[in-house]
Design a protein around this ligand. Structure first.
Ligand SMILES: NC(=O)C1=CN([C@@H]2O[C@H](COP(=O)(O)OP(=O)(O)OC[C@H]3O[C@@H](n4cnc5c(N)ncnc54)[C@H](O)[C@@H]3O)[C@@H](O)[C@H]2O)C=CC1
Ligand SMILES: O=C(O)[C@@H]1CCC=N1
Length: 280
């Protein structure tokens, strides 16, 4: 399965099981990467969502996961970790010989899949994030026991339109989840907090929202396009004896770094806890 040389007609048929936020994002990635719509089948618990994805991406919606899995060389699993065991117990035996199983679920180790799939099935675990939908994602991939370089290349081919992709050892995937998978939510929470504080300082909510959103988008673009470190860009905002240093000192006194570390520790802890609970 060499991916660099694959033409669209050679790309494996794909079954996407779970068409929610991340399943939809992966379908978008496949289409941008060149997979023809007719080679992609989505199975979702609610038929309305499958039909909406089928219409948006010109793919096939299927109610029966076994029918979708038949002949699929790439299987994308995008259900919640709590839903994965039941799914694999019900249809894992229908995964075609030689297929790559690509999973985006947090918490569950590749051994969880390998023990529920036909012997020797290749598994690649990914930890994507929602900005993948706009080509600005940050995703890690990790090989399971039977996944080869060719399988990782296939995963990278699929993800190439989604932003940055890094390979990590599976033992680090919980750290990636805390750093990248969950991070968009921290960011949105900070934007919300800045808007609330701006309103408390007297701004109209609409004005505070416009200013905060544009500022964060602009700051992110400057970080991406200037080539400077976050520290250097922070210093350029912080005039000696000025307002920004007063704000940053007050935030640090209130425990900014500690709050972020505590949040990320909680994300890693929850992932390990969930993995242990579900793996039994
Ligand atoms: N949302 C995010 O930012 C990220 C999510 N993930 C992972 O992606 C996975 C999916 O998460 P979301 O897309 O956010 O959840 P979601 O709830 O939006 O999507 C899950 C979908 O799976 C469907 N589903 C459940 N059981 C099914 C079954 N047996 N057969 C077919 N469809 C079934 C549900 O109807 C739902 O549409 C999770 O395992 C999560 O850990 C990973 C990284 C980031
Ligand atoms: O919240 C979650 O469990 C998933 C994994 C990373 C982002 N969303």
């Amino acid at each position: 399965m060499s991916t660099e040389a694959l033409s669209p007609s050679d790309l494996p048929r794909v079954a996407v099981i779970g068409g929610g936020v991340m399943g939809g994002t992966m379908i978008a990635a496949l289409r941008v990467a060149g997979w023809p719509g007719e080679s992609i089948t989505v199975v979702n618990r609610t038929a309305e969502r499958s039909a909406a994805l089928a219409a948006e991406y010109q793919i096939t919606a299927e109610a029966d996961p076994r029918a979708a899995l038949a002949g699929a060389g790439l299987v994308i699993l995008a259900v919640k970790p709590q839903q994965m065991g039941d799914l694999l117990d019900a249809v894992g035996d229908a995964v075609a010989p030689g297929a790559l199983v690509f999973t985006v679920a947090a918490a569950l180790p590749s051994s969880f899949y390998e023990s529920r799939l036909p012997a020797g099935t290749a598994v690649v675990r990914a930890m994507p994030n929602t900005p993948a939908l706009v080509g600005a994602g940050a995703t890690s991939i990790s090989a399971g026991a039977h996944a080869t370089e060719q399988h990782l290349l296939l995963a990278e081919t699929m993800l190439r339109s989604t932003g940055v992709v890094v390979r990590v050892d599976e033992e680090l995937i919980d750290a990636v989840g805390a750093t990248a998978g969950s991070s968009p939510a921290y960011f949105y929470a900070v934007v919300e907090a800045v808007v609330e504080a701006g309103v408390m300082q007297g701004l109209e909510r609409e004005t505070a929202t416009l200013l905060a959103q544009q500022t964060f988008i602009g700051a992110a673009r400057l970080l991406a396009e200037s080539g400077e470190t976050p520290g250097e860009l922070r210093r350029r905002v912080s005039s000696p004896g000025g307002t920004t240093l007063a704000a940053l000192a007050a935030m640090e006194n209130a425990g900014l770094q500690g709050v972020i570390s505590a949040g990320m520790n909680a994300a890693v802890h929850r992932s390990k806890e969930l993995g242990q609970q579900l793996a039994g």
